[in-house]
Design a protein around this ligand. Structure first.
Ligand SMILES: Nc1ncnc2c1ncn2[C@@H]1O[C@H](COP(=O)(O)OP(=O)(O)OP(=O)(O)O)[C@@H](O)[C@H]1O
Ligand SMILES: [Ca+2]
Length: 612
């Protein structure tokens, strides 16, 4: 868990290190000590306890509730200048003692046959006595674990190990040199993960996945370069580029707790660049924090590199993850509600940016449950010093990342185009565009007409992003794109990771585009994000103007059955529900109905990993 100390703190190095170590323990314990048998289908023990604590202590939401129950007034987190160096308590209680506490010794010791498979805790299944960690049966039965990774075993022959350069809870990283070949003598870093600490199947799977993701994504300039993975009886060795410039956290501290806006921009742009790349590949990092970004050299302007993909995962199109992992200060609200995807990383970038700009954490409390409460219902303060002297654009940027509604949050590609960052570099392809275009192609002609009307109201600042995305699809000389353009653009960016995250599946429901061509105005209608637009204060104007366009081109008499279908409601829904949605005078869609049509009336999904 990231501990940042802002301006006003005078901590000697030792105090800082001690506090940081404590936090690392709390964060890591939540990671490889977890004991779920199947990471993808079950909740791990750490996730379970982490979340269980948060809900029980905060006492205002339940596991089964998919949506946050926001308090009527949204209190603001007081700005904290990290004067209090102690970290929140660890989320990782030992599973056995917790089980004993909740279910008695016999229950804790006995494997529960009903807990196996995909239908356990993660299915949102509260048992009468509370939640039983899915993994309990797995950890408690003594099944031998297969700790063979299939990596080469000649680590010592290839590399000469040197001093330690960093330490995490389950591994440490050492300086090393390549012994042979063209690169003989080249300094490298080796992350050494002890097999003794891999006490569960999920812990082993975590390491396997960390290597797989690093290997697949390597090549991006803001990602630590992966070279090799080896193993012996004792350890797994991840061989990678040596980053000599230290952690971003240390640089923040050495600058007195915060960055100037100009310098912060340079850092945030690099973070967004690697994260947008990961997201396009279908990889979610899940542990973005200043400790997990290193500078390649000690130089002031050195490149920033993302490290530590130990909590990362592949996410299939439309899949929601449910395990609660990460670091308390950086965790997104929807993670605490166990239904999240890439947007959770964006929230963490919002927290990092907030810290960079003001030197304080946006969500602060002395206890972990207090932090979670703040994340779920407090609005970060932008009133206290130094915020009054921070530019409006910077504040707008942070607010658009720290939006509690994940659908209103910017994507990494969008954030790179936000005027505060104003990147001149090539904009990355945004997977959100694919999702929205696919949804558009699946929707009814009435919904499409509504989206077309709305897209006519877009302003230049919205169009800049859409134009950039359209250009990435390389339209033909008549300015149109087909299915093939979408496919080729994805292929151009494909890495091995896309196989695992099945990114190409998103194309399968776009095949109606094989027979038609889409011009830029239609692309805008398809790729417009209603929810994001709704998050702006100009939404009312947009929707009113759009309704006027819709009246001219798309409004027609609609039956209740048709309306129910349009809104995705069951035919059994009482007609009274639709009363205001249809204009009594002529049976056409009313303004209210039009807004509902744009917005959709279906609620967000809940519970475990599942498809939307
Ligand atoms: N490529 C590298 N070059 C230099 N130092 C590194 C490198 N990779 C990791 N380190 C150092 O080792 C520390 C631990 O690495 P990493 O975060 O990957 O391990 P971890 O066990 O997963 O840690 P954590 O408990 O923080 O999640 C880093 O914070 C950093 O200081
Ligand atoms: Ca780390």
């Amino acid at each position: 868990m990231g501990q940042c100390y802002g301006k006003g703190i005078e901590l000697d190095d030792d105090t800082f290190k001690r506090e940081k170590e404590k936090e690392e323990v709390s964060s890591k314990a939540s990671k490889r000590n977890s004991s779920s048998y199947d990471h993808h289908h079950n909740s791990s023990s750490k996730d379970y306890y982490y979340s269980h604590e948060s809900y029980n202590n905060s006492n205002w939401s339940s596991h089964t509730s998919p949506l946050p129950r926001y308090a009527s007034s949204t209190p603001s987190t007081p700005l904290r200048l990290f004067k209090r160096p102690f970290p929140p308590p660890s989320p990782a209680r030992h599973i056995q003692s917790s089980l004993v506490k909740r279910h008695g010794r016999a229950a804790a010791g006995a494997p529960n046959p009903n807990q196996g498979g995909a239908g356990g805790v993660a299915a949102g299944g509260a048992t009468a006595g509370g939640f039983i960690p899915q993994s309990s049966s797995v950890e408690l039965c003594e099944k031998p674990l297969d700790k063979h990774f299939g990596y080469p075993k000649n680590f010592s022959a290839k590399y000469e190990l040197g001093h330690e350069v960093g330490r995490g809870h389950f591994g440490h990283t050492c300086f090393a040199r390549i012994r042979k070949g063209d690169l003989k003598g080249q300094p490298i870093a080796v992350k050494i993960i002890s097999k003794a600490k891999m006490t569960t199947a999920i812990a082993i799977e975590d390491v396997r996945r960390e290597v797989k993701i690093l290997r697949a994504l390597t090549g991006h300039e803001n990602l630590v370069h992966y070279y090799d993975a080896c193993e012996d009886n004792l350890n797994v060795y991840i061989v990678m580029e040596l980053c000599e410039g230290g952690e971003l956290l240390d640089r923040i501290l050495s600058r007195g707790g915060r960055y100037s806006e100009e310098d912060a921009k340079v850092v945030v742009q690099q973070i967004l660049s690697i994260v947008s790349f990961c997201h396009l590949q279908g990889v979610v990092h899940r542990d973005l924090k200043p400790e997990n970004f290193l500078f390649s050299t000690k130089d002031e302007h050195a490149q920033l590199k993302a490290i530590d993909f130990g909590l990362s995962d592949f996410v299939k199109p439309d899949e929601r993850l449910n395990d609660i992992v990460g670091s308390a200060y950086y965790v997104a609200p929807e993670v605490l509600h166990r239904s999240y995807s890439m947007e959770a990383d964006i929230w963490s970038i919002g927290v990092i940016t907030y810290i960079l700009l003001c030197g304080s954490r946006p969500f602060w409390a002395r206890t972990e449950s207090g932090i979670f409460r703040a994340v779920l219902r407090a609005d970060p303060s932008f009133e206290e010093l130094p915020w009054p002297s921070v530019s409006t654009q910077a504040k707008d940027f942070v607010k658009r990342l720290l939006n509690k509604d994940l659908r209103r949050r910017m994507t990494a590609s969008q954030a790179l185009m936000h005027p505060w960052i104003g990147t001149n570099e090539k904009v990355p392809l945004d997977i959100l565009v694919y999702r929205l275009v696919r949804n558009y192609l699946r929707s009814s002609s009435m919904k499409r007409a509504a989206l077309k009307a709305l897209s006519k109201t877009l302003m230049e600042e919205d169009l800049v992003y859409l134009r950039a995305q359209f250009l990435l699809l390389e339209p033909n000389k008549n300015g149109r794109v087909t299915f093939e353009n979408f496919r080729t653009a994805l292929l151009k960016n494909a890495t091995e990771a896309m196989k695992e995250s099945r990114v190409f599946e998103i194309l399968s429901s776009m095949d109606s585009l094989s027979f038609k061509k889409m011009d830029f105005p239609e692309f805008c209608a398809a790729a417009i994000s209603v929810h994001q637009l709704e998050g702006t204060d100009r939404w009312e104007d947009h929707v009113r103007t759009a309704y006027a366009f819709f009246e001219k081109d798309g409004n027609h008499v609609i039956s209740i059955e048709e309306l129910a279908r349009e809104m995705g409601l069951a035919p059994s829904v009482p007609a009274a529900v639709f009363q205001d949605w249809v204009r009594h005078s002529d049976g056409r869609l009313s303004f209210v109905g039009f807004s509902k049509l744009l917005h959709g009336v279906t609620s967000r999904p809940s519970g475990r990993r599942h498809h939307q």
